[in-house]
Design a protein around this ligand. Structure first.
Ligand code: TPP
Length: 643
């Protein structure tokens, strides 16, 4: 009988006997696989945390106690056990469950999260409040070895060891971030695993040798004891040294062991770290074998799981371009904060291992390492997702822009990102970067422009941000760096002249603008590919000759292209009707970007609606699903037609 069918709430889990728990874990695992096979998601991390999830919910009351999952991507099992089983197949889709823990979704989600390394500081805050108010509940932070590489986590640990609140920290160590984990702590954690192996070996050899040849057994054990002392956690353990009690490592797939240790730790004063060893993808062969591919899976056939081939993407285009740049000039380095795969850098890391740096989940460090390299005359590219660069904001200002250093920020996932949702939306970078002196910003609409911008950034020097969206892009034949197009930084491109109104769009919204304008002579289209500086000459000519301008951007309207245009018009003293379309002042959850663009008013229908208010009705014949990424062919069609 399926036990999961009777678990509507963690209280139902607690009614089961301990012997039943492994079966619950198996069922949870199957359910996670089923859900991910339908809609994709963070499969491997959730599979690796199934036993831990069962143990935590068996022991703690998650509605009252606080279980603080770091990142929140490993919580599909937690969601199933906490009343969301019937909706788990909707995870990350429009209107469905969020892909991470989200407080507004459930009282069992202690933290709204998605970015890594926040669990320890948040748990400390909760513990401070609890203790100040004399309340009584448990706090358990669950953090992966990857998330522990983040400066926030380490700084919080430093403070936890100082304040010493009663809390449990479960270090879920699978030796993986998205790719292989990096850093000195990672090396330390694997040393501790060797120690565990040593202890097991010692036990095994004792049993095998007892009664056979005692002196040999004794000799073996004495040598091992000496080695063990060398690796003794009490003397060498960095967590201990920071004031956090350390226990482990233990097998994180053994529920009995997990319960045994968690129960004991729960009664202890002060902070205690339980180090558990798990396997990413546990229990599902393909995910165990290739946890990198199955970290974030697309939908698949659960009987014959094969990872779907992905279309050529902006990230791939960047990775190739970066390799060509590094081939052409040995001062080119690429720095990633733990996003080798996502940023399209696997090939680069193989071709140029000496100039590829993965700093772990530490965006601040990535930016300042870039600054250090640039200070010594190198040409670093900091490859980072738009939403994660938020973590390196001060470093962009303080370490890079003040000295106007030659650092290229290669910003991936700009715009709405789909399933990852609110925490990952790349819709603030233009707003937060535009205010920084010396920093220039562009957004290509096809691969040729991407290369042109990278080439211009490399040649011109100074801090330059180039942003592009998530998803596919039309591939262009690879070429040597020297042969890439020349592009004047700051220049806009008039794709179509209109007699009355111009649409100013950038990146993915350019396809919308071109589609809506069609061949209507009243509506022009401009590729407003730079927001800093903007093309004042083109803008002022347009503003003086048109009765309205409409900016269209996949970014918050506050501070992006529309703001840049409004500010420039004000400075020029030109009064012209300006309509700014983009993300209004709201948070945007997970969903299908093209649908969300439409719902937020900056898809093709939204543009048509604004044109209609200006008396420019455009026939419904062009109401088609527009693929926002397919800009290159649309641009060249328009360019050819207007020749
Ligand atoms: C600030 C930030 N940078 C990057 C990411 C992307 N990211 C999501 S999960 C992950 C790896 C986390 O590794 P770990 O904590 O060990 O968990 P595991 O997936 O191995 O269980 C990364 C880098 C993120 N969520 N937040």
């Amino acid at each position: 009988m399926a036990l999961l069918d009777d678990i509507r709430d963690p209280r139902d889990l607690k009614r089961l006997s301990r012997e039943d728990l492994p079966q619950v874990a198996d069922e949870l695992r199957a359910e996670v696989v089923r859900a991910c096979s339908k809609v994709g998601g963070h499969l491997a991390s959730s599979l690796g945390a199934v036993e831990l999830t069962v143990a935590l919910h068996y022991l703690y009351d998650s509605a009252h106690d606080r279980i603080v999952w770091d990142v929140g991507h490993q919580t599909y099992g937690h969601k199933i056990l906490t009343g969301r089983r019937d909706r788990i197949g909707t995870i990350r889709t429009d209107g469905g469950l969020a892909g991470f823990t989200t407080s507004s979704e459930s009282e069992h989600d202690a933290l709204t999260v998605g970015h890594a390394s926040t669990s320890l500081a948040a748990s400390l805050g909760m513990a401070l409040s609890r203790d100040a108010r004399g309340e009584d509940y448990d706090i358990v932070a669950v953090i992966g070895d990857g998330a522990l590489t983040g400066g926030m986590a380490l700084a919080a640990l430093n403070q936890i060891g100082h304040v010493k609140p009663r809390m449990t920290i479960v270090l879920n160590d699978n030796e993986m971030s998205i790719s292989e984990n990096v850093g000195a702590l990672t090396h330390y954690l694997s040393t501790v695993q060797v120690q565990r192996w040593f202890q097991d070996a010692e036990k095994g050899s004792k049993q095998a040798l007892t009664g056979v040849w005692e002196p040999l057994a004794d000799l073996g054990s004495r040598a091992k004891k000496a080695a063990r002392r060398f690796l003794d956690p009490a003397s060498n353990n960095p967590f201990h040294a920071m004031g956090v009690r350390y226990v482990g490592p233990i097998d994180g797939h053994d529920i009995e062991q997990l319960l045994y240790y968690l129960e004991h730790i729960r009664r202890l004063d002060g902070p205690t770290m339980l180090h558990i060893i798990t396997r990413k993808g546990k229990g599902y062969r393909v995910a165990e074998k290739d946890p990198i591919t199955w970290h974030g899976a697309s939908s698949f056939d659960p009987e014959h799981p094969v990872a779907k081939g992905k279309a050529f993407s902006w990230s791939n285009a960047f990775g190739r371009a970066a390799s060509a740049m590094a081939d052409a000039d040995d001062r080119v380095w690429v720095i990633t904060p733990a996003m080798r795969e996502g940023s399209g850098l696997v090939d680069f890391s193989r071709a140029h291992p000496d100039r590829f740096i993965d700093v772990g989940i530490a965006e601040d460090v990535a930016v300042t390492v870039g600054a250090g390299l640039a200070l010594r005359g190198e040409k670093p590219i900091v490859a980072v997702y738009s939403s994660f660069l938020q973590r390196g904001y001060d470093q962009v200002i303080h370490d890079v822009s003040l000295e106007s250093l030659d650092v290229i920020f290669a910003i991936d996932r700009a715009g709405l990102v789909g399933g990852d949702g609110a925490t990952h939306q790349g819709i603030y970078d233009m707003a937060y970067l535009r205010a920084i002196p010396n920093l220039a910003i562009g957004m290509p609409s096809d691969v040729g422009e991407l290369r042109g911008m990278l080439k211009a950034a490399f040649r011109l020097g100074g801090p330059r941000a180039i942003r592009w969206p998530r998803g596919p892009v039309e591939e262009a034949p690879a070429g040597a760096f020297e042969a890439w197009p020349e592009l004047a930084w700051g220049s806009w491109e008039i794709l179509k002249r209109g007699s009355e109104v111009s649409l100013l769009a950038m990146g993915p919204t350019l396809a919308y603008a071109l589609d809506v304008a069609g061949d209507d002579p009243r509506v022009g289209v401009v590729n407003a590919r730079f927001v800093k500086p903007i093309d004042v000459a083109v803008l002022s000519a347009l503003a003086r000759s048109q009765r309205a301008l409409i900016t269209v951007e996949d970014h918050t309207v506050m501070g992006g292209l529309g703001s840049a245009v409004a500010e420039a018009l004000a400075d020029l003293g030109i009064a012209v009707a300006l309509h700014r379309l983009g993300v209004p002042d709201v948070t945007v959850p997970h969903g299908t970007p093209a649908r969300q663009h439409e719902a937020l008013g900056y898809g093709p229908e939204g543009i048509r609606a604004v044109l209609a208010t200006l008396g420019i009705g455009l026939g419904a014949e062009s109401v088609t699903e527009v693929e926002p990424q397919a800009t290159a062919s649309r641009r060249s069609a328009v360019a050819n037609a207007s020749k």
